[in-house]
Design a protein around this ligand. Sequence first.
Ligand SMILES: Cc1ncc(COP(=O)(O)O)c(C=O)c1O
Length: 431
Amino acid sequence: MSQYTRTHKDSGRLYSKGIRYFPDGNTRSAAHFPPFAPYMTHGKGCYVYDEDNKRYLDFLNNYGSLILGHCHPKVVTEMSRQLTRGTVFGAPTANQIRLAGLICKRMPSIEKIRFTNSGTEAAMYAVRLARAFTKREKIIKIIDGYHGTYDDVIYNGEKRVTPHGLTGETAKNVILVPYNSAELVEKIISRHKKQIACLIVEPMLGAGGMIPAQSDYLQRLRELTSANNIILIFDEVLTFRLALGGAQELFGIRPDLTILGKMIGGGFPIGAVGGRSDIMQLLSEEKKGVFHSGTFNGNEASMVCGYITLKELTKKNIQRLNALGDTLRRQLFEIMGRYLRGIKITGAGSFCQIHFNVDSSFKRKQTHFFERLTPLFHIMLLNKGVFLSKRCAFFLSIPMTERHINYAVQKVADVLEELKYITRKADIKLK
Ligand SMILES: Cc1ncc(COP(=O)(O)O)c(C=O)c1O
């Protein structure tokens, strides 16, 4: 921590200014960590640079939204051209149809689509559509599933809801179930089936630990929801990148609704909700059903850069990136397992996360030192020029090659050696 503070003096100065205006000196809760996050100045390819002129290999990629990395030449060219033509018109455009067409082609379950400004909004509309369609109010949500910050999906079983700004009504309507357990869903559905509007699930638990779905779990959810007229919502905000048609293609499952976001905006704000035509038609202004609007919906920056990004994301590129992810997970497991017990490396395709000292159900068994291993590891990697999420999650990007993976693994090895030294001095057994 002291090394970090010493080498991030300019970021520290900006932090002191920032806390005058922002809680935590930051305008995003997830991006804050003690003592302060590095204040970034620019990015290029798979690198980002901070105010102290420090360069980092960027494994955060704005939490997975920059799959082409920073300033991809095609994105820069097309965006610059678009800036001379206008950014948003409060009217439909051909660029909206072009991006919608590409998404619907890749994800055939999306018969109709609407753009939003974030994944949060997309989740909100998906749940609202499901309620309007089924005329039911309850939803099933996964414990630690993350679908943005809208009330119904951010609720995670908190005992007292008002300190979080939520209502008792939300807690009453959201039924929480653990991931990868279809048995409990079956029980709940048999008890409440006439009240449940939808089940929302990520094909890989993202912010909840990058934990992939077990092979028959999603299939079972599809059967249970279909049999009881419950709308199945897949949150593919992250997992769309796993295959041309997203995780639903890999699992061979057709959800009723899908929400998308992040990379489909090519680095600009976006979200999308799409799926069965009969459900999506409830958004038609002519039907006076669910009202959907947004000043920046379908803005040209997101439409143009999103399209270029998806076009660059060819099958070949996806396969290469997924293989790099396999290499990263394998190498991390090998090296970390040598030093630490209870290490788990999770993820799929180009996602990866390190878990310290957890048991097989991902329950933390840490005490003292081990409780602090995640933030410690994170800051030690920052000191070594590797930028990743504070949960120690990695999101790979297209400009990365084997060389970058090897570099990151080498830095992890260096951190482990330092940890060994520190813990030996403090008489803590690492393994
Ligand atoms: C799986 C998933 N769904 C939804 C969201 C919310 O998207 P946004 O941050 O654009 O609101 C996120 C954001 O991290 C996410 O990972």
